[in-house]
Design a protein around this ligand. Structure first.
Ligand code: ATP
Ligand code: MG
Length: 647
């Protein structure tokens, strides 16, 4: 059933940039002649000095480095703004939809974006920010967030965006790790009708941070905040004293553009460093190919700017391509579960790019919230962040997209900069739950536990055997950790940490993180598969599956299940679900324990924290490890109190 093929719709095939055979040929060329291929692709950007060298990376310990286009010079903000001004200055660059639907949206043309970014860049300069300095950005989803990223890029400062939902402690840790001299924040943020005290959080964080000399504050809500004289400045006041033009700093392709701390679902966050040339090329190329982007279309990526998805597909990819990008301040389910579809209708969104966690939450509320809206403008849907359960895929496809919009399931990581394995909507037939095929230049390899490559159809640990332009360059201040984390497990390869299956058609299926692959009586099983079977049941909204030590089987299966709105937990249902999984997958996959849970522990980017679920299932609940990135710690207490003792 999951392997059911959705062919490329005729309307997409007719206008696509490449068909399936051309995609395969393009991919083969990118691997066979990478130097020429990538220098050709580099021409999609505007350079001060065009590079003569492409990939100079090595994954071997002796001469380890990740390096691309090293003799090129460019400026990222020029590529995202200035180069569009001559022909497209009046095109809309940013559409902004406020949290509260009763308020008016805002829009900024490329010409206006230029002025906003230049002024903010000049304000940063006035606060002493220079090329190479770090600026921490702690903002809600307002247009100023995009301005701030681009303003840093303009003057060569390195931005570190910290998601507005993080606590003062988490913020402080991230400021200290990269020694930021300036923080850009807002008085308050708004999400789902609630205020988030961003400035107060910054004040608290800065009691632990000595590196910060200035705080630039956006007046977003007009709410009262304390301003520290000599340190804090209001952006709206500071811009009055600066020019509306700011020269763009020429940057080497390998100069850092930003640091972004990983979401922390598997451990202590790492400061992932991306550079100017390769990253921008990768974000812009994948945005064009995966979403078949054409000028004039409205592109909506619903991620937060605090995650890599927001960096690459709200700001850098779309703006480098002259797109109209939508920034939405709020959450998917406020004022109600129709909100996303109303935003689609209000702005005539062509492409929506969102996460499985949001889809599962909305699916749970029933179809009426969707079908009461038009959605006629939609032509393409995308997903990222976790394996998408085929059930959620089909709901997205049939209910949201009315069967006419292809679904682009993009597999990638903070570390990879942008999409790595993904369908091209005009070229790739789809299978629900598979991210399909590698992007140009991407060389995936599945290896067994000993590091031996798995040929043809099979399953293993997902590695990438050669560098690609958008690869992270280092862990900030810890190059040894970079090598250790990603290149020491399998010699000469980048190890993603994900398990993966390749089918007879060469399609890739992410089975979950390798840590989450369970071994039941010698059968290896991806947690994603069992979860998808559970979610397929009409009463189940969400499921998380982990392994626990089992005397006889080696590992047993422990499932946490959240039911749809209005469904009751019961012993009968527990039995029904066990039988259900047995029928769907087979007896080997029958859960040993099913715990009904009103909520699952998630990171602030909405990913299930399986590390914690594993500990609870193992009965090892005293040291749960770093829980600072949890969105709602109360969820964990409930789980611990209601733990099942599995036989
Ligand atoms: P951390 O690295 O801090 O533990 P994280 O891995 O959740 O956190 P991200 O870089 O945001 O941080 O997420 C990348 C991971 O998300 C991938 O390694 C993969 O496990 C999962 N993922 C992302 N997109 C997909 C997808 N389309 N299908 C399956 N899994 C995906
Ligand atoms: Mg990760």
């Amino acid at each position: 059933m999951a392997d059911h093929l959705y062919p490329v719709p005729a309307s997409w095939a007719a206008k696509s940039r490449m068909n399936a055979a051309e995609r395969a040929a393009d991919h083969a060329l990118s691997l066979a002649a990478p130097g020429r291929y990538w220098l050709d692709r580099a021409a999609r950007l505007d350079w001060f000095r065009f590079p003569t060298r492409a990939d100079e990376s090595s994954f071997d310990e002796a001469d380890f480095q990740v390096k691309w286009f090293a003799d090129g010079a460019l400026n990222v903000s020029v590529n995202c703004i200035d180069r569009h001004l001559a022909g497209h200055g009046d095109d809309v660059a940013i559409l902004w939809e406020p949290d509260d639907p009763a308020e008016a949206p805002r829009r900024f043309t490329y010409a206006q974006l230029h002025a906003e970014v230049c002024r903010l860049a000049n304000v940063l300069k006035a606060q002493g920010v220079r090329k190479g300095h770090r600026v921490t950005i702690y903002l809600p989803m307002i247009p100023e967030a995009a301005f701030a990223l681009l303003a840093c890029a303009r003057i060569g400062a390195i931005h570190s965006v910290v998601f507005g939902g993080f606590s003062p402690d988490a913020l402080a840790g991230r400021i200290q790790d990269c020694d930021s001299s300036v923080v850009v924040t807002a008085d308050h943020g708004r999400r789902g009708g609630k205020l988030v005290p961003l400035k107060a959080n910054v004040d608290e964080a800065l009691r632990q941070c000595t590196s910060v000399e200035a705080v630039v504050v956006v007046r977003a809500t007009g709410g009262a905040v304390e301003m520290v004289p000599g340190r804090d400045v209001w952006l709206d006041e500071a811009v009055r004293h600066v020019a509306a033009d700011c020269p763009a700093e020429p940057m080497n392709a390998e100069d850092p553009l930003f640091i972004l701390y990983t979401s922390g679902s598997t451990g202590k966050p790492k400061g992932v460093v991306h550079t100017s040339g390769g990253y921008l090329l990768w974000a812009s190329l994948t945005h064009e190919l995966c979403f078949d982007y054409r000028r004039g279309e409205v592109f909506w990526c619903s991620a937060d700017i605090g995650w890599v998805t927001g960096h690459s597909y709200i700001v850098y990819g779309p703006l480098a391509n002259g797109a109209t990008t939508l920034i939405y301040e709020g959450v998917p389910n406020w004022p109600d579960a129709s909100r996303m579809w109303e935003v689609v209708d209000r702005h005539g969104v062509h492409t929506l790019f969102t996460a499985p966690t949001a889809l599962r939450a909305l699916m749970r509320e029933g179809d009426d919230y969707v079908t009461g809206t038009s959605r006629k403008s939609l032509r393409l849907l995308g997903t990222v962040g976790e394996p998408i359960n085929p059930e959620a895929w089909r709901w997205y496809h049939e209910v949201v997209g009315e069967g006419r919009c292809p679904i682009v399931d993009t597999w990638w990581q903070t570390e990879t900069g942008a999409a790595m394995i993904a369908p091209l909507p005009g070229a790739t037939a789809l299978k629900p739950g598979s991210a399909t095929l590698p992007m140009p230049g991407v060389a995936p390899e599945l290896v067994d536990a000993e590091g031996r490559p798995v040929e043809g159809a099979g399953e293993g640990n997902l590695c990438i055997t050669r560098s690609w332009p958008g690869q992270m360059r280092t862990v900030w201040n810890d190059h040894a950790r970079f090598f250790q984390t990603y290149f020491s497990t399998y010699k000469g390869k980048y190890f993603t940490g994900d398990g993966c299956r390749r089918d007879e058609d060469g399609y890739y299926w992410i089975t979950g993180r390798v840590d989450d692959v369970i071994n039941v009586s010698g059968h290896r099983m991806g947690t994603a598969e069992v979860e998808s079977a559970l979610v397929l049941h009409a009463k189940v909204a969400e499921a998380a599956v982990v392994g626990f030590p089992h005397d006889i089987k080696g590992q047993g299966i422990y499932a946490y299940v959240t039911l749809n709105a209005g469904e009751e937990a019961s012993e009968d249902l527990r039995k029904e679900l066990r039988d259900w999984v047995r029928t769907e997958i087979g007896p080997i996959a029958t859960p040993d324990a099913i715990q009904f849970a009103p909520g699952l522990p998630k990171t602030r980017s909405g990913k299930i924290m399986r590390r914690i679920l594993r500990k609870i299932a193992e009965g090892d609940v005293s040291p749960l490890g770093d829980t600072s990135t949890l969105a709602d710690p109360a969820v964990v207490e409930h789980l611990v109190d209601n733990r099942i003792i599995a036989e």
